[in-house]
Structure formats: C-alpha cells, structure tokens
Design a binder for this molecule. Structure first.
Ligand code: FDA
Length: 390
C-alpha cells in the first residue's frame, strides 16, 4: 500500500519545513521525510545556538550563483521583514547583533519550534529517521523508505548541501537531481577557513590573534575581522572571502583599513624617531604587528627610512598577499557554493523545468549567501516560493 500525499518534501531543514508549512496552510497534504532523528539540526546549531535567522539587508547582491538574477524573484516575494513578522507573531524575542544580522535572544530551538508549529497548522506529516531508499517517477513520484512507500504528485528536494558531513550532510540532492537529468554547478566548500603553507606557515605562530581588516578575493571585499589559526586564516572577513576564492588565487588583506594611503609618511613627519614596529603595535595586536614588521624589514626609525621604502611598506600592508593552498573543506564549511543549476529551475516556483512536479529549494540549489543570516533567508524565501506553487 502506498500512502498518498499531494507533495513529499525530502529534508526537514530550514527550507523543507518552510515549504511544507506554506503548502500545508494552503490545504495541501504534505509528507516531510527526514533522515535524521529530529528536524532542523542545522538550525539548532546555527549562530552559536541563537540562530542568525535573517539579515535585514538581504538582497540578490549578497548571494553567489552562476545566474546572479535567479534569487531576485523569491527574495523579493518573501523578505527578511516577512520572516521577522513571523518570528514576532510567535512571540520570539530577537536582537540585531551587527550589520543587519538578527538573532534570537533565547535559543535557536525557538525557530525550529516555530516552523513545526507552522507545519501543524496544515495537514503536514513529518517523519524523522526515514532513509530514502528509492525514488520512482511515473504517475507522480513514489518514495520508498524502510517503513514503506509514499506517493505524491510533487516532490521537493530540500536535503541541503554536503557541508559538515559529521552532521549527516551528504550530496544526496545532487545524486537525485542527476537522476532526473538536472545539471549541477560544481559544488565547493564556502564560508570556510583557508589554509596556508610554505613560508606563510610562519603566521601560525600567531594562531588565535584576530584583527579588523578588509579581505579581498576576486572582486569581493569584506571589512570585518580576520583570525589567524593553526592551519591558516579564518574569522568573518576570511569566511566571506572564501566563498569567492578559487585555488591558485591570492587573498589580499588590508591591515590598515582605518588608515589613509599616506599613513606611514605622515607618521614619519610627525614622529620621526618612532619605528615601524612601534607604530604597527599601536594599530594592530602586538604579535601580529611584530610578524608584519619582521617581514617588512624596516628596523630603523621612520625618520631614517627613505620615503620610497615607507610607501612600499604601506602598499604591502594595504594589500598583503596571502596565497592559501586550500580550504578546510566541507568538514568545516558553513555552506556550499554551487549545486543544482538554476538554469534547470523556475525562479518563481523553484520547479524543475523539464520534470513536472519536481522542485528544488534551499542550499541544494546553486544560490549561496554571505555570512550573516543570508543563507537562512534564501532557505525561507525559496521554501515559500515552492510551497505556494505545489
Ligand atoms: P539543511 O541542511 O538545513 O536541511 C537539509 C535536511 O535534509 C537536513 O535535516 C538533513 O538531515 C536532511 N537530509 C539530508 N539528506 C537526506 C535524505 N537523503 N533523506 C532525507 N533527509 C535528508 N545560515 C544562516 O543564515 N545563519 C546562521 O546563523 C547559520 N549558521 C550556521 C552554522 C553552521 C555550523 C552551519 C553548518 C551552517 C550555518 N548556516 C547559517 C547555514 C544554514 O544552516 C544553511 O544554509 C541552511 O540550513 C540550509 O537550509 P536547507 O534546508 O537547504 O538545508
């Protein structure tokens, strides 16, 4: 006996729960099949347990995708304000931390409970601990798990990306998409620490030190904190830049983001007896200042250093070139860049163009947000887009 539903959503994560709630509230009979023993595991650990659930500034420019226009429609139809209104309707206290990032005052658990409550307002069944063994497509879709067969006219791929396999993340969405003939954009780890090798391993000496910088990779730049680690570089500025970084590319760090282009020459005029090391120690954490000063090799008082040498040092400090030899991989990546190609999907409904009834939402799709609540906003918006269409 095959149990029949209007839609089956694979994955009870951020996007899947949002989609199921929206479809259920439209009267659709929805089954959510979740492999883990409980729903919303990534939500629970997000934002250090407080869930950075959206970003007030979220717009298409905060997302990476092979088609930068794809996310526009869904993001415009379900905004950060819409999600915030939902959070407030559920009486969840929140605060803005910085840069438009909204967090729960209490716990990320509240967001999961809110989504489950929204699902309970419609005919939505959520079954956890269900491993999909087979998906058949004929007259609708049939999904087989160890506990039985489930049929529906619509199937939603909401199983996320392969970041943090330790939490059960897999490339299941990609395997399924491939089976249906949907193209993929090569997935790679994003919002991930970068590793340093060669000469640059010297920076490991200052593991644990962080400083405000501007990090640049490709055409993107992020003014936030960088953190030196025992493997290389991390911290928000680096995580952001990592999404744009490609193997072989440099990451440029501006260590003097608060200082003008002539900072060293002005310092030479005003305090000729001071040293570069002392000046850098005023601007940056002492151990970082020392390692940079050692590498710049200007030991004399500024007054004795030629202007040209100081200009060159200033240039280097404003565009310090790191050559990462890799990333810490999916094991440490907060999200995945790439995934199911947006060329295969309708930007209004997230429906697959060539497989009627099939949808893909959330991180499984080639839309990846910056750090700071943007990825959940994409999960909510794409979930709503599909939930309203199926
Ligand atoms: P998500 O991964 O949430 O859900 C997919 C679900 O599918 C999971 O429950 C999984 O178990 C299930 N599944 C997988 N394979 C399956 C199968 N074969 N059958 C059935 N079910 C299956 N973003 C943000 O905006 N703010 C934040 O604060 C954070 N913080 C954060 C911290 C950490 C440590 C990580 C790793 C990530 C974040 N993120 C974040 C990113 C955010 O968690 C991510 O973008 C969303 O969870 C993506 O939502 P999805 O629903 O697409 O996937």
């Amino acid at each position: 006996m095959t149990a029949r539903y209007d839609a089956i959503v694979l994955g009870a994560g951020a996007a899947g729960l949002m989609c199921a709630a929206r479809a259920g509230q439209r009267g659709r009979r929805v089954l959510v099949l979740e492999k883990a023993e409980k729903p919303g595991k990534k939500i629970l650990i997000s934002g250090g347990g407080r869930c950075n659930f959206t970003n007030l500034g979220a717009g298409p420019e905060n997302y990476l995708s092979q088609n930068p226009h794809f996310a526009k429609s869904a993001l415009a139809r379900y905004t950060a304000r819409d999600f915030l209104a939902l959070v407030e309707r559920h009486g969840i206290a929140w605060h803005e931390k910085t840069l438009g990032q909204l967090f729960c005052d209490g716990s990320a658990r509240q967001i999961v409970d809110m989504l489950l409550d929204e699902c309970a307002r419609g005919p939505v069944d959520i079954r956890c601990g269900e491993t999909v063994e087979k998906v058949e497509h004929g007259d609708g879709f049939t999904v087989r798990t160890a506990s039985g067969a489930f049929g529906a006219d619509a199937l939603v791929i909401a199983t996320g990306g392969p970041s943090i396999p330790k939490m059960g993340a897999t490339g299941f969405a990609y395997d399924l998409a491939r089976r249906f003939g949907l193209k993929l954009v090569e997935p790679r780890p994003a919002l991930v620490p970068l590793t340093l090798g060669g000469e640059e391993v010297l920076f490991r000496e200052i593991s644990g030190i962080s400083a405000p910088v501007i990090a640049r990779a490709g055409k993107a730049s992020f003014p936030e904190a960088a953190l030196f680690t025992h493997r290389g570089l991390s911290g928000p500025a680096i995580l952001q830049a990592s999404s744009y970084w490609k193997p072989g590319d440099p990451v440029l760090i501006d260590f003097l983001s608060d200082h003008g282009e002539d900072w060293l020459l002005e310092a030479k005029r005003q305090s000729p007896r001071t040293t570069l090391r002392a000046l850098l120690r005023d601007a940056l954490p002492a151990r970082l200042a020392d390692i940079l000063a050692d590498r710049l090799g200007i030991d004399s008082a500024l007054g004795n250093a030629p202007d040209k040498a100081l200009q060159a040092a200033q240039q280097r400090l404003k565009r310090w070139e790191f050559r990462p030899n890799g990333t810490e991989g999916f094991a440490k990546a907060e999200v995945t860049v790439g995934g199911i190609s947006t060329a295969e999907l309708s930007s209004k409904t997230m429906a697959a163009k060539k497989v009627p009834g099939l949808y893909a939402i959330g991180e499984a799709v080639d839309v990846t947000g910056w750090l700071g609540g943007y990825n959940f906003q994409w999960a909510w918006a794409s979930g709503v887009a599909a939930g309203e269409a199926l």
